[in-house]
Structures are given as C-alpha cells and as structure tokens.
Write a protein that binds this ligand. Sequence first.
Ligand SMILES: Nc1ncnc2c1ncn2[C@@H]1O[C@H](COP(=O)(O)OP(=O)(O)OP(=O)(O)O)[C@@H](O)[C@H]1O
Ligand SMILES: [Mg+2]
Length: 609
Amino acid sequence: MSFSIGSSSANMGPRGALHKFGVEKEGRFFDLRVILRMLAYLHPYRRQMLLAFGLMLVASALTLLTPYLIKVAIDEHITPGDMAGLNYLALLMAAAFGGLYVATAGQRYLLSWVGQRVLAQLRDQLFRHLQALSLGYHDTHIIGVTVSRVINDVAVINELLSQGLITLLGDMLVLGGIIVVMVSMSPRLALLTFTVMPLMLLITYFFSRRAKVAFRETRSTVAAIVGDLAEGIAGMRVIQAFAQEVGAQTRFDRVNRANLQAHVRAMALSFIFLPSVEFLGMLATAIVLWFGALAVSQEQLTIGVMVAFLAYVSRFFEPIQELSQLYTTMQSAMAGGEQVLKLLDTPPDVADRPGTREMPPIEGKVILDHVSFAYRENTPTILHSINLAIQPGQTVALVGPTGAGKTSIANLIARFYEATEGVVSIDDIDVRTVTQQSLHRQTGLVPQDPFLFPGTIADNIRFGCPDASEESVTEAAQLANAHQFIVDLPDGYQTEIWEGGVNLSVGQRQLICIARAVLANPRLLILDEATANIDTVTEVFIQEALERLLRGRTAIVIAHRLSTVRHADFICVINEGRLVEQGCHAELMARGGLYRDLYEQQFVRSNSV
Ligand SMILES: Nc1ncnc2c1ncn2[C@@H]1O[C@H](COP(=O)(O)OP(=O)(O)OP(=O)(O)O)[C@@H](O)[C@H]1O
Ligand SMILES: [Mg+2]
C-alpha cells in the first residue's frame, strides 16, 4: 500500500560518458600557482627533500667525474706507461661508481618515501573535503569522476612533486656540466658533437607538441572509462532487467576503444621519439669517433680526451630523453593539480558561518516560516512558502503524491540544504546559526532509501554510536522490531551486509535503519518511509516499532502507509511544493480534498489486492 508510486531517489541514467568528459581543460606546462600550492605539501618533508637534493648533487658530480677519470687513466698512465698510479685511479673509479650507486638509490628511496606520504595526505584531505561538501555538490558530480580525481590526478601530482622536480634539476645540472666539461677539454670536438643539437631540438619540439595532445586524450578517456564503469556497475540491476546488456556493452566498448587508441597513439609517439634520440646519440658518437680519431692521428687530441668524449656523449642524451618525458609528466600534473585544487577550493553550499554555536539540547519545536526552496540556482522552485509549526513531542505526517516535495522538506529540517527563502527553526533557533554537527547529532534520520554499509548488521546499527555495547545494540533492534529476523539469520548480528545491503529485503533494511536511529536516541526524528511495497507482517512490525520509537519525541514522518498516518497528531498534505491541507484524519476526510482522494485511491487498491 502506498500513496505514491516509485521513488525519486537517485536515477542513474546511461549518459554519453565520452561526450561528457571528452574535453579536458589542459593545464599549462608551468603554472606557478599550482606548483606553489603543491610545493606546500613538501614543506613538512623539507629535511628529506634537502637530503635528496644533496644526493642528487653528489650523483650528478659523480656522473661527470667518471669519464674524466678515464681520460686521466689513459693520458697520464696508460699512454706514458706509468702503471704505478693506475691502482690508485682504479680504486678511485670503483669508489666513484659505488658512490653513484649509493647516492642514486638513496635519492630514489627518499623521494618515494616522501612521495607516498604526500599522496596519502592529499587523498586524506580530499576525502575530508568530500565529506564536508554538502549533498548539493554530490548531487551534481558523477561518482566515477570524483574517484578518478582522488586516485589518478593525485598520483600524477605525486609523480611530479617527488620524482619530477629533483630529476629536472639533476638533468639540467648534468647536461650543463657535460657541456662545460666537453668545451673545456676540446672546444672543437665539442662544437662538432653539438651539430646534432638542432636536429635534436626539432625532434623534441615536434614530439612534445603531439605528445601533449595524445596524453591529454589518454587522461580524458581514462576518466570516461572510470565513469562508465561506475555507472554500469551501479545500474547493473536495471541493465539486466531491461536486457540492455548489449547497449551498455556497446557504450563501454566505445569509451574503451577510444582509450585504447589514445594509448596506442601516445605510445607510438614515444616509441618513435626515444629511438630517434638514441639514433642521434649514435650519430654524435660516430662524429666523435671520426673527427676524434682524425685529430688524434694529427696529434691535436689525446686518446684519453676522445674516450672521455665518447663516454660523455652517451650520457648526454639520457637527460634529454628524461627531460622530454618529464614534459608530459609536468603537463599531466598541472592539469591534475588544477582539478584537485578546484575540488579542494569548492566551498560547501551549506557551511557553518563564523560565530555559529552548538545546538543546545533539542526540546523539539520545529517551525517552517514561509520556506521556499530550489535545489540549485536557475532550477525551478520546488517548495513554495511553506508554513508549518510542530510542538515538542508531536508526530506529524507528511503525505502527498510522488515528487510533491516531502523528502525536500525533511532535507531542509535536517539542514542538508538551506532554504532559499524563509527560515527553518528548531526551538526558535534558526538552523543556520548552529553547527551542522551539533544539529545532526541530535536528529535521527531514517532515509527513504535505507542505506547500509558493508560490514556486519551490528556495525550498521552501531553506526551513529560506534561505542555502543552489544546489549544496547540488541535492545535497539528489539525496539525496532528487527531483533527477530536478525537472530533468524545464520550469523545473527554478525551477518555480513553486502554492498548496498542487497542480501536483505528493503523492509529489513529499513528496520535496521530504524534500529540505528533508536540507538542514537535523537530528540527529533525524521522518518522517510520507503515507498517499496512491504508485506503486511513487516508493515505491522514497522508500525509497532514506530509507535515505540516516536513516543516522547518530535517526529516528522513521511508516510506512504495509512497505518502511520492514523497515529499522527496531525497530517500535512503536500502537493506540488505547497502545503494544501492540514488537520487530523477525520477532518481531512470530511473536507473531501486531495487527502480524501489519495485515501480512497489507496483504500480501493488495498481492497482490490
Ligand atoms: N537532489 C535533488 N536535486 C534537484 N532536484 C531534486 C533533488 N531531489 C528532488 N528533487 C526534485 O524536487 C522535487 C520534489 O522531490 P522530493 O524528493 O521532495 O519528492 P517526494 O515528495 O519526497 O516524492 P516521493 O514520494 O516520490 O519520495 C521533485 O520534482 C524532484 O525532481
Ligand atoms: Mg521522497
């Protein structure tokens, strides 16, 4: 039996995911504002970062040193036949390689150590912020995209902060150092080697321009996949029920294929680019060999210098490769960073204003004074100038057709949203002047869509009071009339709830939600009855539970069942966002208005079943 058909809870329609995410705003290569904000996260780890920086300097110096040692060995010992000093030099070389190994390993360890901590901290902060954001934010954002933000975007930022910046500095240093050393050893040979540079710059320029587009595409298609997957899984029941598997599969295939193509394109670019750089390296080596050997034969150059040059040239192209890869990392990180900062900077629509105080213990008087409400700016007003006065201890039933605005009224009283016009007050205190936490602690809400978390039944009942003893959990379940069905389950109170509570019936879920509210013992109770059809036995159970639960507190019951309505002190009939009738059952029946219509419809239906 139900006054309304269906429910207005979250409808997850199939959306053209690609369409929605296709265009990702690209971050600039270097956005100082983003970098500075992100660097702040490294501040607590400045000692580790400084140490890593020091190790990077050591590693860079040692990278430069070893070819030089080879030159000394050849020119001063091998060529003149002075083998005595060679032992010492060999030891020095071994020490240099050992040092390079230790410095590089140490630097990598430190950077990952810091990076993972920053990553965890950033995710923690994001989750905290997501919890603070009002329901209005979550209404308009797709879960999958938010998830992708917290997982993927944060990871690229981490990559840049921890590895990128230090690598960038190290690469620049090594590159600069090699140029200086080469020029000072043999300016002519150095200049000859550098003839490949213009080609190098051209290739890098060409590559990074394409790569920018390709990598942007990979990122937005990943977001599309996550979004589509999240929707598909959440809506699986509906997809299967309507045999729309093929359609869903086609949609997923489309985003999946787009992602595949984007990745292949990006990879193809790297696979062309990296060998090109290597080829240029070989070319430079050949140049050194050819001209170096010529110079050596003309005794303009020592063999040692030539060999050292060969070693430097091979190291020269490593940082260039790394730098070009870093370029894409930078871009992803800037784009990701911008998105993450945007999320962190989103203010909650419903926020505690400065100077708000704690809500004193609630007596239970609730007044709605000319309350009008729209969920968002530029959306239709769905509540129009509602006036309602509830005295402490009263039970009020809200009834009306589906979509009338009953749940919305409950949302305003619990201050999940704020009235666009008018005032909602509890005990004559405007709810906007008290902290949300102190208000929510004293109000109990049994939502229309009874939500259970994965975990045991006991955990779910204990949700609002994590420290509650086992006895009080059982007591609450008994009061809610849930005890009997719980102990009949094989694992009783320790029964694991599956995601979404699908291993329980809707009625059972609602009983558990009622037990959860009973345990929290709120002064003000808002009960949004599930619209789903509930069998008569469960209905009687819920009814008995409610009677016990409502005694001695103010209760607002959104009723879909007549049995609930009959117990109310008065009934408010809501239609199209307006309070159209108010009174007790008999009065409203005598009036012959909407209530009577609704009642008779239900009466006829329940008799005909
Ligand atoms: N989160 C939301 N964002 C935007 N509009 C919303 C939101 N929730 C509800 N609405 C709109 O507000 C209107 C009233 O919805 P509400 O959920 O209050 O109806 P209801 O009376 O509780 O209906 P039901 O009996 O089906 O639960 C509807 O037109 C609905 O489309
Ligand atoms: Mg509702």
